[in-house]
Design a protein around this ligand. Structure first.
Ligand SMILES: N[C@@H](CCC(=O)N[C@@H](CS)C(=O)NCC(=O)O)C(=O)O
Ligand SMILES: [Fe+2]
Length: 355
């Protein structure tokens, strides 16, 4: 199974990508609204099709990316049916399974942080996504959203600690940089519920946390009761002038097919060195030549009346040129695949001996 752990540093939320390498079907657990472009780029670059987003619960600290993923990629929204949230495609409960290719995750009801919290267990019980029920050496707070300490104690003991000791625990948050634990490890070392802690010990601990409410709670909970659908229309485009996307490396980029069809709408900047322009790839007619290592000093030579598309041999140095240009306030994007791809597509070039 393809597995990736992604992080939102604002809310310390983990998002998980799981996928079947054979069918290319993928699911995202707990996507974050603001990371839509990053997560979409990873799916695209790994050649995956997002079948479902699964939220472990209605979050209070960040807005879910479920609706935006559905809106842009056509994925189905999975959430506990207990909340009665809007926009849910599969309102699931304890024992329900979500399949992607040859893989499956099964929901276990683990209420206590909220009344609808679900943990998702992989088919072979080697991984559990515990949401905010069990955190690494911690547990989700129980002081709002229908939270209840005794309920959470029973959820963790009966639904998570009954999994194999080797089962890896991936939570929805960690506030100290820890990424993964295991059931056996938490059974031994979780200071709230591990070892010989009884229900009253756990509840006493949880009732004394004294945490301030999440900063975004007033926005996040109502938004998440719509699975992250914004109240007002949002401007979703990365750029207004063309179908620019962000790569997983966070580079603004544009496909050569669009550039060929809209040649006059952009300014092409070739950042290769002069001697490279003699090579077999040729150059696109009308480009401005400005080598990458001179770009910072000669930025004022780049016209600003059109968006700039940066070009090089294979699209790597022009990616860095794109970053430099954008850092200087120039609207720029990288030509995907550079001259190599341009030639593979048999798009027109001029060569030194022809020009
Ligand atoms: N300071 C954070 C608070 C985050 C928070 O309350 N997180 C919840 C999960 S939604 C929790 O259970 N935290 C447990 C803990 O911090 O021990 C914010 O403003 O968002
Ligand atoms: Fe939470």
């Amino acid at each position: 199974m393809i597995f990736r752990q992604l992080f939102d540093s604002v809310s310390s939320t983990y998002t998980y990508l799981l996928a079947d390498p054979t069918s290319h079907e993928a699911v995202l657990v707990d996507p974050v609204f603001e990371h839509h472009e990053r997560d979409s780029a990873l799916l695209r670059e790994l050649d995956l099709k997002l079948a479902y987003t699964l939220d472990t619960h209605v979050h209070a600290d960040h807005v879910s990316g479920a609706w935006l993923m559905k809106h842009k990629l056509g994925s189905k929204i999975v959430l506990s049916g207990r909340y009665g949230a809007d926009n849910v495609d599969m309102g699931i409960d304890h024992g329900d399974a979500v399949r992607f290719g040859d893989y499956v995750v099964t929901a276990r009801a683990t209420p206590g942080h909220t009344a609808g919290c679900l943990s998702y267990v992989s088919g072979d019980e080697s991984i559990v996504f515990t949401g905010d029920a069990l955190l690494i050496r911690g547990a989700g707070r129980t002081d709002f959203q229908g939270g209840d300490g005794a309920t959470l104690y029973r959820s963790i003991k009966e639904q998570i600690f009954t999994l194999p000791d080797a089962c890896l625990v991936y939570p929805a948050h960690d506030y100290d940089g820890r990424t993964v634990s295991s059931v056996g490890e938490e059974k031994r070392h979780n200071p709230r519920i591990g070892g010989s802690a009884r229900e009253q010990d756990f509840v006493g601990f949880m009732n004394s946390l004294g945490l301030a409410h999440p900063k975004k709670i007033a926005v996040a909970v109502p938004a998440n009761m719509r699975c992250g659908e914004p109240e007002a229309e949002i401007d979703e485009a990365v750029a207004s002038w063309g179908p620019v996307t962000l790569s997983y490396a966070a580079i603004h980029q544009i496909d050569p097919e669009w550039v060929l069809d809209h040649r006059d709408a952009v300014h092409l900047l070739d950042v290769r060195k002069a001697h490279e322009l003699q090579d077999v790839t040729g150059q696109i007619e009308g480009v401005q030549l400005l080598p990458l290592d001179e770009l910072r000093e000669r930025l004022d030579e780049v016209p600003r009346d059109k968006p700039v598309v940066a070009v090089c041999h294979a699209g790597s140095r022009s990616a860095q040129a794109t970053r430099i240009l954008r850092g200087a306030g120039v609207e720029a994007a990288n030509l995907v695949g550079g001259m190599v791809r341009w030639n593979e597509l048999s798009f027109p070039v001029v060569r030194a001996d022809e020009s």
